[in-house]
Ligand binder design. Structure first.
Ligand SMILES: [Zn+2]
Length: 438
């Protein structure tokens, strides 16, 4: 498949490193002179732009954390006067103030460029009709896909999330070939089609879908591709860095290519902060090399992944990150054992009798012991069975499988189809009742 910007996406690694080093020096200079926050941080660490002689020297720079962003809310991280900021986005904070992203005109141009690269990687051209069901608003999903698709010259339908029946009608009438939304919402659309008696294969023309904003597994990809009759691509991004457009899968699905000429990635040990290099799992950290309004130095994403530099068959030379399998703060500690929701999803989807709609409930029972409960929907015909034991047998089977993988015991409750609440954006997979008492 073609590459939108081969000059940068397929640059030799040597040339790319040179460009990154140059940009890193400029960034440190800019941040040290324009941002009171970085001026202080860099001075404390005794760093100036001259301290950066090679890319490895990036490890001398201090980290930036989500807490730093919260403390400097709303404008403390800006490196330009507010009058130069033309757009604000914000990530939904579950508690307290959101974290913001501020964009100058140049930042919006950069965003359109990396989003064009993203969408083009899925084979989208000016002949496509892009149905964009990401939410429009403070959330970056809607407007991010919007500007990228417009830059390519595709026809954008800014549907936003919600009113699923109407979305299906518009997709059919306009002949949408591309769908953009969260993976969980794509399944809501597929379900609505079944409920309405709409045969997706016959009536919709979808070819490609871009799904992100929440972690999802390979099994979920199979479910989505089968249900919507399209090729599903994983996308990655975060508001603090730019929104979607940080990395994208190519057609080989061999991890997500990071747009390294703009976003410099590192993997660190989340507890010690030590850089771990390539091919080792750890926390992903980004330095925005070219952001103007709100650049970030060594921003800790809290996402766990692995970076690879071996050649990809698509021709891009950029580093690939493995599919993010959860944020370090998504991790649940149940009875002292680390449990990731993505692990649970993977196990559940191994069972053909189960639907990809589930919720994980953690509570504290008698004697303060943690209780892990998984609610998951079963396929329709399970509940029509004449054998009353069938459901219990399956529940025990799933429990055994989960116990084997997680090492923690859990209770599995099989639910009727449609009984778990659907989400228009990011699905609420985990309900941790233990936090309510804190
Ligand atoms: Zn590739």
């Amino acid at each position: 498949m073609p590459i939108w910007n081969p000059e940068f996406e397929s640059m030799s690694r040597d040339e790319l490193s040179k460009l990154q080093l140059e940009r890193l020096k400029t960034l440190v200079e800019h941040a040290a002179s324009m941002s009171p926050f970085y001026k202080e941080k860099l001075a404390q660490a005794g760093i100036t732009a001259n301290s950066i002689q090679s890319l490895e020297d990036i490890a001398k720079l201090p980290f930036t954390t989500k807490e730093d962003l919260r403390h400097s809310y709303p404008w403390g991280m800006l490196t330009v006067p507010l009058k130069d900021v033309v757009r604000i986005h914000a990530s939904s904070g579950t508690t307290g103030k959101p974290t913001i992203g501020a964009y100058t005109r140049a930042d919006l141009d950069l965003w359109a460029e990396v989003m064009a690269r993203t969408i083009y990687a899925g084979g989208v051209t000016e002949d496509d009709i892009v149905h964009n069901s990401y939410g429009y608003g403070l959330f970056t999903g809607g407007l991010g896909f919007h500007i990228g698709a417009e830059k390519i010259g595709a026809t954008v339908v800014p549907a936003s999330a919600g009113l699923t029946r109407r979305q299906l009608m518009l997709m059919e009438d306009f002949g949408a070939t591309v769908l953009c939304c969260t993976p969980s919402y794509s399944l809501v659309i597929a379900e609505e089609a079944v409920a309405e008696g709409i045969n997706i294969k016959d009536r919709l023309s979808l070819q490609v879908g871009f799904f992100g904003a929440e972690p999802w597994t390979e099994k979920m990809r199979e479910e989505i591709e089968a249900a919507l009759n399209l090729k599903a691509f994983d996308i990655y991004g975060l508001t603090e860095i730019i929104g979607p457009g940080v990395s994208i899968e190519c057609e080989h699905h061999a991890g997500l290519h990071i747009f390294e000429d703009h976003f410099y990635p590192e993997i660190i040990d989340p507890s010690s902060g030590e850089p771990l290099g390539y091919d080792v799992e750890g926390e992903l950290v980004f330095t925005t090399l070219t952001r103007e309004g709100m650049p970030l130095i060594r921003y800790r994403t809290r996402d766990r992944t692995v970076l690879h530099t071996d050649k990809c068959a698509c021709g891009r030379t950029t580093v690939r990150m493995e599919k993010v399998l959860g944020r370090t703060d998504d991790m649940l500690i149940v009875r002292g054992v680390n449990v990731f929701p993505s692990q649970i999803e993977r196990m559940l989807l191994e069972f053909s009798e189960l639907e990809p709609h589930y919720q994980i409930i953690v509570d504290r029972g008698k004697h303060e012991l943690d209780i892990l409960e998984i609610w998951v929907e079963g396929v329709d015909n399970l509940f029509m069975s004449v054998d009353p034991q069938r459901i219990q047998t399956l529940e025990r089977k799933v429990e055994d499988r989960l116990h084997e993988a997680l090492v923690v015991h859990c209770t599995v409750k099989l639910m009727k189809p449609q009984s778990i609440e659907r989400s228009l954006g990011k699905a609420k997979r985990v309900i941790d009742r233990r936090q309510l008492d804190k």
